[in-house]
Design a protein around this ligand. Structure first.
Ligand code: ATP
Length: 147
């Protein structure tokens, strides 16, 4: 039995649909949610949301927010979120290099947490973009071989 998932950002409704399972970066680590899950409310870390659908997975980079789980529905209010296909890899790579450079230049200690968060966001974006691209080429291969 599928579970309903809504993903909302301050700008838009990013996703609304039914999935077999959703995994997301909860306060206590990556968690998998199936229909019938016990109700809970959690903050979201910087990490990956995976929508497991019958015909494939969708990957979304999320940077903070909250999630409400009910047995038949998951509502994600994301501070910032990008689906794999909307991620600009060059921008993420530039942000990663910028953060690495600032860290290498001995920043004031009070700046380090924000620089680390920037590093995590940009490396997450690169990972999610690659996972999305991998999925695309995999289905392309199946198509080519007639399967
Ligand atoms: P940058 O240093 O490249 O601006 P950032 O981590 O500071 O990255 P955020 O403050 O997390 O950026 O996000 C600002 C807005 O830009 C959000 O709407 C976010 O979805 C979008 N965004 C950030 N990086 C990317 C990216 N690489 N591809 C697509 N959208 C992005």
């Amino acid at each position: 039995m599928p579970i309903k998932v809504d993903i909302v950002t301050p700008e838009k409704m990013l996703y609304s649909g039914e999935v077999e399972m959703v995994t997301l970066p909860g306060a206590n680590g990556q968690m998998g949610i199936l229909r019938g899950h016990a109700p809970l409310l959690s903050t979201l870390d910087i990490g990956e949301i995976v929508l497991h659908r019958r015909d494939g997975n969708d990957y979304i980079a999320v940077s903070g927010g909250v999630v409400e789980v009910r047995p038949d529905k998951v509502t994600i209010l994301a501070d910032v979120a990008e689906p794999g296909e909307e991620i600009d890899e060059d921008r993420a790579r530039a942000a990663l290099e910028r953060a690495e450079q600032i860290l290498a230049d001995n920043p004031p200690p009070q700046q380090v947490p924000e620089i680390m968060a920037s590093l995590r966001r940009s490396s997450l974006r690169l990972k999610v973009a690659r996972r999305h691209a991998g999925r695309r080429s995999a289905s392309g291969l199946n198509y080519e071989s007639g399967q």
